[in-house]
Design a protein. Structure first.
Length: 231
């Protein structure tokens, strides 16, 4: 699963945001872009706090959904990921139509930029869920972080889990790591499969194996988190 997140803004209506996103996505072809397919109109929240949309006749082996958070002026946002706009792809990495390594090496960062995300990740199976589940049982520092409501763990404030691929904008790097995107590259560039600047942030690819095991996921975190200074 590929997930991209954007900090919703009251000053930017859903219609304005959607028009920009669709224009950007229409320039990008398969497997993740909208070029050559029927473009979706802007969704409406109705009585809900989010408005979601999908696309028709998308790439075989790829599912897509995106959503915008409610923009009502009287509705107060908090500095938390639950107030994000989001874009999500379900990827069948075993499909013959899908070149999983190519998606992570080439296409993912393209749609991150098109959506203007501040954070993005490639979540493989239930590995991240199981990783946090183990942390809740065995890592006192993680337990303390989760109990602090002012800290958005693996959201806007703090990076605990590393994924096969991820994007962090400059603000997230400084808030969560204490340093900028260039230092991320300096610290892990030689060891990562890819570490490159995208927009004002950094896109990091650590593993592109479509058969990634949970043990390898844990080992990946154990290797790279100390390099980044993540506790």
């Amino acid at each position: 699963m590929l997930c991209i997140y954007y900090r919703a803004k009251h000053a930017e209506s859903i219609e304005q945001r959607h028009a920009e996103v669709i224009e950007n996505m229409a320039r990008i072809g398969p497997p993740l872009g909208f070029r050559g397919i029927e473009l979706p109109s802007a969704p409406d929240c109705g009585g809900e706090l989010s408005a979601c949309y999908g696309v028709k006749r998308f790439t075989k082996g790829v599912k897509f959904i995106a959503g915008y958070h409610y923009r009502g002026k009287a509705y107060e946002y908090e500095d938390h990921r639950v107030f994000d706009d989001s874009m999500t792809y379900g990827i069948d990495s075993a499909s013959r139509n899908i070149n999983y390594p190519e998606i992570l090496r080439v296409h993912f960062s393209e749609v991150v930029e098109a959506f203007r995300g501040y954070r993005a990740l490639c979540d493989f199976g239930f590995h991240a869920f199981n990783y946090s589940k183990e942390a809740k049982k065995n890592d006192p520092s993680y337990i303390r972080l989760k109990e602090n409501r002012e800290i958005d763990v693996d959201g806007r404030h703090y990076i605990y889990t590393l994924y096969p691929a991820q994007y962090w904008d400059a603000l997230l790097c400084h808030q969560a790591l204490g340093y900028g995107p260039d230092e991320v590259i300096d610290r892990i560039g030689d060891q990562a499969l890819m570490a490159k600047r995208v927009m004002d942030g950094v896109y990091v690819l650590l593993n592109d194996d479509p058969a990634l095991t949970y043990e390898s996921f844990v080992a990946m975190n154990a290797k790279f988190k100390p390099m980044l200074g993540i506790g």
